[in-house]
Design a protein around this ligand. Structure first.
Ligand SMILES: NC(=O)c1ccc[n+]([C@@H]2O[C@H](COP(=O)([O-])OP(=O)(O)OC[C@H]3O[C@@H](n4cnc5c(N)ncnc54)[C@H](OP(=O)(O)O)[C@@H]3O)[C@@H](O)[C@H]2O)c1
Length: 284
């Protein structure tokens, strides 16, 4: 299949490019320098060059605090940029896979969110991604919306690297106990996404490593697995952690739809161990 991949340099995009290519797909990966999704002419040129049968739209403004500080920018990239990509899909008759987020939910649920639950974003990042979802549903009949959460990947920085760096440098660690989610290893997500894409199905899906944990529980697990058992963490409440964006407190996702098709990711503690092992950080 001819695949156009946006956000190809990102956490998920780079893992996906490798896997789609290994499966024999002709993947054209675009980063922001080659195709800014808010630039219609650039998007049109990329589509003309690639003539994609499938578009996987990973590009987004993902820095949630930056989105809170500049909501118009979030809406421009994640809303209007998605509209541009969706319109180009319409013009070329391409299927569209849109990657979305747990942050479209308000965090007030008493159980993990299902694909069929109603979004109600509470911050500008979540709102902009929810706008993107609605645009995709309106403009591209052959679409997949795939929500994921708390992604971590090799390279770049992420919550796990931040915790380990602080432990190594002897900095005090304060981590919130009442933000709960589904940490997801980008490599596992990319493997599952390829399988889901190759089913040729449409619809809304949740792909996350199974289970749920608080930020505090995740940090504790990271430190224990990486040989920092003695490093203390001070538990704090979300309200004590000053930041521009307000995350949903409870945003664990449940994979119901893809699981019916036999596609599910391993439990998050297993994925975390695999990630740390691959980084040479697991103390066995
Ligand atoms: N990270 C998470 O925890 C998480 C959780 C749930 C869902 N998601 C979703 O999963 C997808 C992939 O996330 P990720 O973690 O791989 O993100 P990422 O590493 O930040 O990658 C996103 C890529 O999009 C690029 N980009 C930003 N603005 C752009 C524009 N105007 N035009 C074209 N490209 C642009 C970024 O470039 P720059 O780096 O130069 O800005 C970056 O390379 C996103 O749709 C995100 O919303 C992420």
């Amino acid at each position: 299949m001819r695949v156009l991949l946006t956000g190809a340099d990102g956490r998920l995009g780079s893992a996906l490019q490798t896997r789609l290519s290994a499966r024999g797909h002709a993947v054209s990966g675009y980063d922001v320098t080659r195709m800014d999704v808010t630039d219609w002419e650039a998007v049109r040129a990329a589509f003309d060059e690639t003539e994609p049968e499938l578009v996987v739209h990973c590009a987004a403004l993902t820095a949630v605090d930056r989105c809170a500080e500049d909501p118009d920018r979030a809406l421009l990239v994640n809303g209007f940029g998605t509209q541009t990509v969706a319109q180009a899909c319409q013009a070329h008759g391409a299927r569209l896979v849109y990657i979305s987020t747990n942050e479209v939910f308000d965090g007030r649920a008493a159980r993990p969110y299902l694909e069929y639950d109603t979004p109600n974003p509470i911050n500008p990042y979540g709102y902009s991604k929810w706008v993107g979802e609605q645009i995709v549903r309106e403009l591209v009949p052959q679409h997949m919306i795939v929500r994921t959460a708390w992604l971590y990947a090799h390279g770049g920085s992420n919550f796990i690297h931040t915790i380990l760096r602080a432990a190594r440098e002897g900095q005090p660690l304060r981590v919130v106990t009442n933000e709960i989610g589904s940490p997801t290893y980008s490599n596992d997500l990319a493997d599952a996404l390829v399988r889901l894409i190759e089913t040729g199905r449409s619809g809304t899906y949740h792909l996350i490593n199974e289970g749920q944990v608080s930020r505090f529980g995740l940090a504790r697990c990271v430190l224990d697995l990486a040989g920092h058992r003695e490093t203390p963490i001070e538990p704090i409440a979300l309200a004590e952690f000053r930041r521009a964006s307000r995350p949903p407190e409870y945003s664990a996702l449940r994979n119901f739809a893809a699981a019916q098709m036999g596609i599910r990711l391993r439990p998050w503690p297993d994925a975390l161990s695999a990630f740390l092992r691959a980084e040479g950080l697991l103390q066995e």
